[in-house]
Design a protein around this ligand. Structure first.
Ligand SMILES: Cc1cc2nc3c(=O)[nH]c(=O)nc-3n(C[C@H](O)[C@H](O)[C@H](O)COP(=O)(O)OP(=O)(O)OC[C@H]3O[C@@H](n4cnc5c(N)ncnc54)[C@H](O)[C@@H]3O)c2cc1C
Ligand code: FES
Length: 365
């Protein structure tokens, strides 16, 4: 008991000290104006003291970030060539030894307190901020919704199927700061005036609580993009798509483009859900089967309810894929969904003969 009280007291002291340091850093340290030199050619004059990620975004340069700057997604990597100081403990789990040696840092963790030089891919300059109106919101399951956004400014967007955008959830009751979260584009790239997103509610999640409990048709929304390099490779190889839940999003966009191009590529799409109430787009996928020369949708339930009267595949999606593909050589795979599902599928596919470099994925975390 005494030990627990001592540990509690120590934690309280440490927490208090950390708070004092944050407040002191925020209000006492004046870092003045700092210069960020980008790719040796563009110089930004910014007030010091904030994260590199937020300072770049205030200058309309949008670095990929799926966790809103909390240091958990590891997507906001930039190369710092001068002035970055040492790598922080919060960055280390996301950086390999090679990356650290090469000056790679997490832009959300790096506070700009002095002049800095960074290198970023030129493609990031093409990423823009968009304003749109929510024109439709349709329930797809009990916890998944389709959002249709009509673009206002700019009025059109170009993207490669597989790309994602960063949707901004504004301040709302219970969420004191605005955050960005990544959502894959689910619509046909030819419809340049609209974007579809498929969003699953995460209990107590900041952005999804806003989407499900506060956002209404007719509301204005802000997002930036397009981001990401998840896309199908330009080969003739047979493709295995695997998804669960809102991981459906990029495949709906990819299939729309394949239908338009009348792609002859052989595709087998495995979609996993727990029971029938978690399954959606069965009819839409049948339409893709009719419209595409060699496409098959294979939905599978891991725990069908007795009333589901399910005649399709049953089992974990990994087992279902393994049953259909005892030999994966010569194929490519594209995976989208939770990190757990993706890691398990990668293990199955590689164990069944698919080289790791033929497995492409977007982890929704
Ligand atoms: C490239 C990319 C594309 C994505 N595309 C989509 C998409 O098309 N549709 C979609 O619905 N989501 C997608 N996501 C996930 C999305 O960005 C958010 O992480 C998710 O919506 C939760 O955000 P939140 O603010 O509601 O929850 P947060 O406030 O970020 O999280 C709340 C809590 O839930 C946990 N949590 C976070 N995400 C999940 C999860 N998926 N399942 C269970 N627990 C979770 C967190 O660890 C935290 O404890 C994508 C993510 C990435 C990286
Ligand atoms: S924004 Fe997610 S780790 Fe930096």
């Amino acid at each position: 008991m005494m030990f627990l009280t001592a540990v509690g007291a120590l934690c309280a002291v440490c927490g208090g000290l950390a708070l004092v340091l944050v407040v002191a850093d925020r209000y006492l340290n004046n870092y003045g104006s700092c210069r960020i030199t980008i790719n040796g050619e563009r110089v930004l004059e910014v007030p010091g003291g904030s994260s590199l990620l937020s300072l770049l975004s205030s200058q309309r340069i949008f670095i990929p970030s799926a966790c809103g700057g909390s240091g958990s997604c590891g997507l906001c990597k930039v190369r710092v060539t001068a002035g970055g100081g040492t790598v922080l403990a919060t960055e280390e789990p996301h950086l390999s030894t090679l990356e650290i040696r090469d000056g790679i840092r997490l832009a959300c963790q790096l506070k700009v307190r002095a002049d800095l030089a960074i290198d970023i891919p030129k493609a990031l300059f093409a990423i823009r901020e968009y304003r749109a109106v929510l024109s439709e919101m349709t329930p797809l399951t009990h916890d998944i919704r389709l959002l249709r956004l009509e673009l206002i400014d700019p009025e059109t967007i170009d993207f490669v199927p597989g790309a994602y955008v960063q949707l901004q959830a504004p301040v709302y009751e219970g969420s004191p700061a605005s955050v960005y979260r990544a959502y894959s584009i689910a619509s046909d790239p030819r419809d340049r005036r609209h974007l579809d997103l498929i969003i699953r509610r995460v209990p107590k999640g900041i952005c999804t609580t806003w989407v499900f409990d506060h956002l209404k048709v007719g509301d204005r929304v802000t997002f930036n993009g397009p981001h990401g390099d998840f896309r199908i490779a330009a080969t003739d190889a047979e493709m295995i798509f695997i998804a669960g839940g809102s991981g459906m999003a990029p495949f709906r966009s990819i299939l729309s483009e394949m239908r338009q191009a009348q792609s002859p590529r052989r595709v087998r799409y495995f979609f996993g859900a727990v029971s029938r109430r978690d399954m959606f787009y069965l009819e839409e996928m049948k339409e893709f089967e009719r419209a595409l020369p060699d496409f098959r949708f294979i939905p599978a339930l891991s725990k069908p309810a007795p009333e589901d009267a399910w005649a399709g595949d049953v089992g974990l999606i990994t087992d279902v894929v393994g049953r259909h593909y005892p030999d994966c050589t010569g194929r490519e795979a594209y995976l989208c969904g939770s990190p757990g599902m993706i890691d398990a599928c990668v293990r199955v596919l590689t164990a069944h003969g698919m080289p790791a470099d033929k497995v492409h994925f977007d982890k929704f975390a």
